[in-house]
Write a protein that binds this ligand. Structure first.
Ligand SMILES: Nc1ncnc2c1ncn2[C@@H]1O[C@H](COP(=O)(O)OP(=O)(O)OP(=O)(O)O)[C@@H](O)[C@H]1O
Ligand SMILES: [Mg+2]
Length: 246
């Protein structure tokens, strides 16, 4: 990626299913080290947009690229982390093995087939599990966990990847305030360390404003409002790109 291109850029993007648009005219960018929050009523298309950015859906119109890779192609393995709303965990496997899936891109095909991860990957995975407050659950099967615990496994799986772009769909739902706060702190620390660009879908506008550099309210088939964290509307299509670190 050229140094000047933001890791996420969309121009007049339309997203939807089977040729039918759910959201149109989406133009925005997200710079390295910045966070964009997507808010809006249930069913407005937040997940559809995130899935499109993740390369799981083909854009219906417009131009969009993640890490300089035009959608629906996906950037090199390991560079983009995705926490889907549906989590995408393997229930009969352990917490540790699910988190290690975040490091599959480190392995050759034979090792990945056999799940042969390095000692370093296992140490990193255990650290990520500890960070999300699941220390002691490494050998527990995911199907035996609560909804919030499962969500934290999916977060650890994305964190252990140390991706350059993180797409997180309702990452904090099902979590109590204290646990959600600790996850937000982990995310901020990782973002400081790695300068990753983050797009987060968040139902709670207050939380969205707190953790994001810019907020897009989606609805009525497009972007209804662009907000800065203070809640003031902005006319600029470049939303999450102007943060100046203190
Ligand atoms: N696979 C699909 N095929 C066709 N339509 C779909 C599909 N998945 C979702 N939709 C429709 O697309 C619209 C947007 O759904 P989406 O999941 O993006 O909403 P959302 O904003 O993420 O909602 P929520 O906050 O409830 O998660 C909805 O009307 C939904 O019915
Ligand atoms: Mg959704």
């Amino acid at each position: 990626m050229s140094r000047t291109e933001p890791p996420i850029r969309c121009q007049d993007l339309a997203v939807g299913y089977d040729g039918e648009p759910i959201l149109t005219d989406l133009s925005f960018t997200v710079e390295s080290g910045s966070t964009l929050a997507l808010v809006g009523r249930s069913g407005c298309g937040k997940t559809t947009l995130l899935k499109t950015l993740a390369g799981a859906l083909t854009p219906l119109e417009g131009d969009a690229a993640v890490l300089d890779t035009e959608l629906p192609e996906t950037p090199p393995p390991g560079t983009m982390g995705y926490v889907p709303q549906s989590l995408g965990l393997v229930g009969h496997e352990t917490v540790l093995m699910n988190v290690l899936h975040g490091r599959l891109s480190d392995l050759g095909w034979m090792d990945s087939l056999l799940g042969r991860f390095s000692g370093d990957a296992k140490i990193d995975a255990c650290e990520a599990i500890e960070q999300v407050g699941l220390g002691g659950y490494e050998r527990t099967r995911v199907k035996e966990l609560s909804g919030g615990q499962r969500r934290r496994v999916a977060i650890a799986r994305a964190f252990v990847q140390e991706p350059r772009v993180l797409l997180a769909d309702e990452m904090l739902s099902e979590l109590d305030d204290e646990t959600a706060r600790s996850i937000v702190d982990c995310l901020a620390a990782l973002q400081r360390e790695t300068d990753m660009a983050v797009v987060i879908v968040e139902h709670n506008l207050e939380i969205a404003r707190e953790i994001a550099d810019a907020v897009l309210r989606l609805g009525s088939g497009g972007i209804e409002e662009r907000m800065t964290p203070a809640g003031t509307p902005t006319p600029d299509s470049t939303l999450a790109g102007d943060r100046t670190d203190p």
